[in-house]
Write a protein of this length. Sequence first.
Length: 108
Amino acid sequence: MYEPSRHISTFYIAGFQYYDGALVLGKLKPGKRLKMVSEPENPYDPNAIELRYQKAKLGYVPRDENGMLAVMAHYGHAGVFEARVLQVDSEAEPWRQVRVGIYVTDAR
């Protein structure tokens, strides 16, 4: 059975209220892909994975969700994962406005 991708994680963007998310919130729709950027030199978390939409920094993959992504990125396999917006709620508290899913892409 062919699966175009496999869901492995769902979370709200960590730190969303501190970055540029409010500037692009109206453009974020379910299904939109987000760029993941590994930050091994991050002083707070060496496994930090930044989430971006176009040039806007949205925040981070939460610390309790980023370990495997960071290891795979370190070994050059970051491209097997994709982050997609699952839900946007502009009325929610800022730290709960955007839910993201992480998927393993199917390279077959």
